[in-house]
Ligand binder design. Structure first.
Ligand code: CTP
Length: 403
């Protein structure tokens, strides 16, 4: 799967003949799973029509500061466009536009968007060979790179003038490959193995009945998705859950009981870099499981329970290189109890949910967490979606995890 999947790409098109290749470029971005919006300089419309690019990107094309219709004047908010994007790609980038970018000149919408964009900016120059070699162009490229923009170098080849030399815009396939490789290289968990336990466990009483809990698995699945988006190879060991996940970096292993989860985790734990125990593991399991369905009978039916093995505590005991994160669901003296668990299970960090907080816990779509690390630093977060909570948990891990 491409790292561009789900990314918001703002494509800036300037007035060079290579602009005709942007139709293909938009197609490739969409094929990689990205969302695309296009900003054009007014002169670039002589080389490719906005209709082509809006049809392919499935979004309106922006090129002026405001648009007039019969009743209204609509402002194209360049700040919003800049904030919307995960990355901006200026292709082709002409000598004229690059020169303006170096000086902060803003005489069209594309330049205003560029100047207000906070995301990474890639630029793919395209011009004739003598223009490309001119010291002012070299200076523009150097300056733009020094501002933190990423150059996608021009290629050598036949140019529109008929001359042959350097200055041809990199082919759309190369541009996509370049950005993918650049982004992959910057993924903070690339090459790391992350293990996540998720969901409830079911402890069988007989072939049709079990002891379980209301955990949906959602928190663990969101953590797995986030870890994979940060570049990690993820092992998601989940109890029974209706959650789905499809990501090339996530391997899902389904288990039912606490014992099965323990065995799957500990068969792989040695090679893991970061482990997060988000599962709501049953603390007790029936001492005996009946092979046949237990029949109704007079009086009470006592079921004797024995403790399950604590999967997380065992990970703490065998901890070497692993950064270990646990969860604690508490109802009273929350911080104190969570700190106790952190120490007892030899964790690096614990994520605390309080059942006193509305919207927190393991059944819903939201969560409210407090993070405590082994140095006793406490960070409290507001009620958020489990997706946002997963992002917060990983930013706290990344602040502390050093390979
Ligand atoms: N956990 C586990 N294996 C178990 C029980 C719990 O891996 N058999 C993990 C959970 O995934 C969670 C953490 O341990 O990350 C906290 O679980 P919890 O049941 O709250 O902790 P306990 O130590 O059992 O404390 P108590 O039941 O007294 O609250």
């Amino acid at each position: 799967m491409s790292v561009l999947k789900g990314k918001k790409i703002l494509l800036g098109v300037t007035a060079g003949i290579a602009a005709y290749k942007t139709a293909h470029l938009v197609r490739l971005c969409i094929k990689a799973g990205a969302d695309v919006q296009v900003v054009m300089t007014p002169a670039s419309k002589d080389f490719i029509t906005p209709l082509t690019l809006s049809t392919l990107s499935k979004n309106p094309v922006h090129s002026v500061f405001y648009e007039k219709n019969e009743e209204n004047e609509l402002w194209n908010n360049h700040v919003d466009l800049g904030l919307w994007a995960d990355l901006m790609l200026i292709a082709p980038a002409t000598a004229n536009t690059m020169s303006k970018m170096t000086n902060g000149t803003v005489d069209n919408l594309l330049l205003a968007v560029y100047l207000s964009a906070k995301c990474p900016v890639y630029f793919a120059p395209a011009m004739d060979l003598d223009m490309y070699k001119h010291p002012s162009t070299t200076q523009s490229i150097e300056k733009l790179t020094s501002y933190g923009n990423q150059l996608i170098p021009a290629a050598s080849g036949e140019l529109a003038s008929g001359l042959v030399g350097e200055g041809r815009m990199a082919e759309p396939e190369e541009i996509i490959r370049f950005i993918e490789a650049d982004m992959e290289g910057k993924l903070p968990l690339k090459g790391k193995k992350v293990l996540i336990t998720a969901g409830p466990t079911y402890e069988a009483i007989d072939p049709v009945r079990f002891i379980g809990n209301h955990s949906s698995g959602k928190m663990g699945f969101e953590l797995a998705r986030k870890a994979a988006n940060l570049g990690a190879e993820v092992l998601l060991i989940s109890g029974p859950s209706s959650q789905q996940i499809s990501h090339s970096l996530v391997k899902r292993i389904d288990v039912v009981s606490a014992e099965q989860m323990y065995n799957e985790v500990h068969a792989r734990y040695q090679e893991i870099d970061i482990a997060i125990a988000a599962a709501a593991v049953a603390d007790y399991t029936p001492l005996r499981t009946s092979d046949t369905k237990i029949k109704k009978q007079e009086g009470n039916l006592p079921i004797e329970l024995k403790a399950t093995k604590d999967i997380l505590a065992a990970m703490g005991t065998h901890k070497e290189q692993q950064f270990l994160v646990g969860f604690a669901l508490e109802t009273n003296n929350e911080i104190e109890h969570a700190k106790g668990k952190l120490a007892r299970k030899n964790l690096d960090m614990i994520v605390l949910n309080s059942l006193r907080d509305k919207g927190a816990g393991f059944a819903g779509d939201t969560n409210k967490i407090t993070i405590i690390d082994k140095g006793n630093t406490i960070s409290e977060y507001p009620l958020q979606s489990k997706e946002a909570v997963a992002s917060n948990i990983f930013s706290e891990i990344l602040k502390r995890y050093h390979a």
